[in-house]
Design a protein around this ligand. Structure first.
Ligand code: ACO
Length: 371
């Protein structure tokens, strides 16, 4: 009997602080009319000092588990897709695993820029279909405001912070993730990148002075690439699922630029009503943009069980990808769970584990050295 990977939970988290186009006018040589007409963006959210990629990811994950009615202890895998991880290591996914108390889960980060959520869903679905996992949490989370050069009008108008998460669960019922396409072209790596801080250019005073720890982008080339791949990749994923474009109820594209979404609609010969669009509210939140748009579409009643969806994105790398899914929703037989209680238990568990490690080092550390 085949196993299918169903989407049974969803959640999002965005910072409260809103940065409007008008406020940007006071920071760089730009104006509201230019930003709206070239990108569709009106405002974006900016993380406060105490918010990070891991804190936003954890909030989105908790919300998704609540919807799926899935206790964290039953999560087998946590994937965080991000280009702005908490640290180079440990993985942000491990921090989320600890904070939610997913005590028996594997956890890792995935870097495929804005395509990361699609890549992550596909990876998680494969482990479920292959039988090694039953329940997976896939999160897209970013604090791009921390890597944006706020004096560069080419990039600072585009990006925002946020997180979104899906729960995937195994079932013998057909449905869930039906097909996916993942593509890349590393020859375009320098069209959109952060050159400093990695192995090629470790952080020095010089790399900081040269602004190499900020996003650098050739906007025109990225735009041309994006408009080329969005419709084509969606069609490929739809065909792989054995469906026609007309069978798709809603397309949830990466929210980078309204003109790119318009081009995808023209390419697929679909009206814009068939697309989920919220780029005007959040700007480009990279890996978080697709799950955030999905959560808002669900809240607006635009997605119901049985609907066929396409998720499609592109990003640095270059990477791009699409995924076809039949919407499920939470498994009916499960009872609501109290996530606040689970979070309290997770905090106590993490505290005890840290103390057990310290005491272990105190009592057994020396003996271990001399052995
Ligand atoms: N305000 C006012 N003028 C501006 C601004 C600004 N914020 N930014 C650029 N301009 C000027 C340019 O300097 C240029 O002036 P010039 O003609 O005198 O040289 C003019 O506006 C036109 O610039 P273009 O770059 O041709 O503008 P375009 O219509 O291409 O729009 C944009 C620029 C919005 C960046 C667009 O190219 C785009 O959206 N590209 C894709 C970017 C993207 O999606 N990146 C994220 C990928 S996902 C990920 O992995 C993170």
């Amino acid at each position: 009997m085949s196993t299918y990977a169903h989407i049974t939970g969803w959640g999002m988290a965005v910072p409260e602080k809103v940065l409007t186009n008008q406020e940007l006018e006071m920071m760089v040589d730009t104006n509201d009319e230019w930003i709206r007409s070239r990108t569709g963006i009106e405002e974006r959210r900016i993380a406060s000092d105490d918010q990070t990629t891991a804190s936003l990811a954890t909030e989105a994950a908790v919300n998704a588990l609540r919807v799926a009615k899935l206790p964290p202890s039953q999560v087998d895998l946590v994937i965080v897709a991000t280009s702005t991880p908490e640290y180079l290591f440990p993985a942000t996914a491990c921090l989320v695993q600890d904070r939610i108390g997913a005590s028996t889960a594997g956890a890792f980060d995935l870097l495929a820029a804005c395509s990361g959520f699609i890549y992550g869903l596909n990876m998680a679905a494969e482990t479920i279909r292959g039988g090694s996992n039953k329940n997976a949490l896939v999160i897209g989370a970013e604090t791009l405001s921390r890597v944006v050069d706020w004096s560069d009008r080419n990039t600072c108008i585009l990006f925002g912070d946020g997180a979104g998460a899906f729960v995937l669960q195994a079932s013998e019922e057909p449905g869930g993730i039906l097909s996916s396409v993942m593509r890349s072209d590393g020859s375009g790596g320098d069209l959109l990148w952060i050159p400093g801080g990695g192995s090629a250019e470790p952080a020095t005073n010089q790399t900081v002075d040269d602004s190499h720890h900020f996003i650098q982008m050739n906007g025109r080339e990225v735009f041309r690439f994006a408009t080329r791949v969005m419709a084509r990749t969606s069609e490929e994923a739809i065909r792989k699922a054995g469906l026609e474009v007309e069978d798709i109820d809603l397309i949830i594209p990466h929210q980078a630029n309204l003109r790119i979404i318009n081009a995808a609609a023209r390419g697929l010969k679909l009206p814009m009503e068939r697309f989920a669009v919220n780029v005007q509210k959040y700007g480009n939140t990279s890996t978080a943009s697709i799950p955030i748009a999905a959560v808002e579409a669900i809240e607006e009643g635009r997605i119901k069980p049985g609907d066929n969806l396409v998720l499609v994105g592109f990003g640095a790398g270059l990477t791009w990808g699409a995924l076809t899914a039949q919407w499920t929703g939470p498994f009916a037989e499960l009872k609501p769970i109290r996530m606040r209680r689970y979070r309290r238990i997770a905090r106590i568990r993490s505290f005890l584990l840290r103390w057990a490690r310290r005491l272990g080092a105190l009592f057994f550390g020396r003996r271990g050295d001399s052995a």
